[in-house]
Design a protein around this ligand. Structure first.
Ligand SMILES: Nc1ncnc2c1ncn2[C@@H]1O[C@H](COP(=O)(O)OP(=O)(O)OP(=O)(O)O)[C@@H](O)[C@H]1O
Ligand SMILES: O=P(O)(O)OC[C@H]1O[C@H](OP(=O)(O)OP(=O)(O)O)[C@H](O)[C@@H]1O
Ligand SMILES: [Mg+2]
Length: 279
């Protein structure tokens, strides 16, 4: 049986649970439930703090898990990233009072507050910067105003929290983070199926199905616009001057592609959602 760690709270929890539901797994009905058994799929889900998930998976206590790349690296655990999950994107940055710092080297001998001491310590070491870390549990942006640190290193999403505290980012991006699927490295019988199901959810979210009618002489030009994953499906129409084309296209490009196809001469261009996929 595959044992899977899922965030029980925080920024990643809702989307992670929704992905599992879309992948056909049993999810918890009550936020207080910590362990959910899914006998039909031979898996067990453990709802844990996102910050602890890499530790459980790295130790081999659990087989796979969903967490943030930043949390995985901060943990220093031996778990490995299998695939990015296209949600929970953030950047990890240094920030300080507006105008006070401009480069990484300015951090020499300075106090840096963070709730990611493993990640930040390793980064500063690799860059040869000797700063003093001030480990905090959260809300680190307040540390400068309150005088316990000179700068912070933290997750930045919209940048609103920094701005409200009169701080601005400086220096290089420490990390581009996203939610990731991580594994203990053990080769387990159920793992390939779980991975394919998660991949199927990603594909269903990233792609749409596009159908259009096309003058048969334009197939090559249209295939250049919509090459599909393998190759577009071309079906005959009753009017032999026309064909029907069915193809997967990236959701973010769907409208631009419809415009290009229409200009080329395609008509009756229809888009539908993909509910599940195995690629
Ligand atoms: N706007 C955001 N704010 C905070 N975390 C975000 C944001 N966007 C994405 N994330 C990601 O979510 C994860 C952090 O999740 P979460 O906030 O639940 O953990 P935490 O900060 O350690 O816990 P808590 O806030 O409950 O103390 C990280 O991987 C982070 O990169
Ligand atoms: O750039 P923004 O959109 O403002 O988001 C970034 C903020 O969100 C997170 O805080 P969270 O709510 O997780 O609280 P925490 O600091 O206590 O972890 C993060 O630690 C930043 O403080
Ligand atoms: Mg947080």
């Amino acid at each position: 049986m595959l044992r899977i760690a899922v965030p029980n709270k925080g920024m990643l929890a809702d989307t992670a649970t929704q992905m599992l539901s879309e992948a056909g797994y049993v999810i918890r009905r009550d936020p207080k439930e910590l362990i959910v058994f899914d006998p039909a799929n031979d898996v067990e889900f453990f709802y844990l703090r996102p910050r602890d998930i890499a530790t459980y998976v790295g130790s081999g206590a659990l087989d796979v898990g969903i967490t943030g790349r930043d949390l995985l690296l901060d943990s220093g655990s031996g778990a490995t990233e299998i695939v990015g999950l296209d949600f929970g994107e953030s950047t990890f940055r240094f920030a300080g009072p507006a105008g006070r710092f401009s480069t990484l080297a300015d951090l020499h001998g300075v106090r840096v507050a963070t709730s990611y001491p493993g990640l930040v310590g390793a980064y500063l070491k690799s860059e040869g910067v000797a700063a003093e870390l001030v480990p905090l549990d959260g809300a680190v942006e307040s540390a400068v105003r309150l005088g316990v640190a000179d700068a912070v290193a933290d997750v930045v999403s919209t940048g609103t929290t920094l701005r409200q505290q009169g701080l601005e980012v400086f220096g290089p991006v420490i990390l581009e983070s996203t939610a990731v699927l991580i594994s203990s490295g053990a080769e387990l019988a159920g793992l390939p199926t779980f991975q394919r199901r998660i991949q199927g959810v990603l594909v269903a979210r990233q792609y749409v199905l596009m159908d259009y009618d096309l003058p048969s002489g334009l197939v090559e030009a249209a295939s250049a616009i919509t090459p599909g994953l393998e190759s577009p499906t071309i079906s005959p129409l009753r009017d032999s001057d026309w064909v029907a084309v069915r193809v997967m296209v990236p959701r973010v490009r769907m409208n631009a592609i419809m415009d290009e196809l229409y200009e080329l001469g395609a008509r009756a261009i229809l888009v539908s959602s993909i509910h599940a996929a195995r690629i």
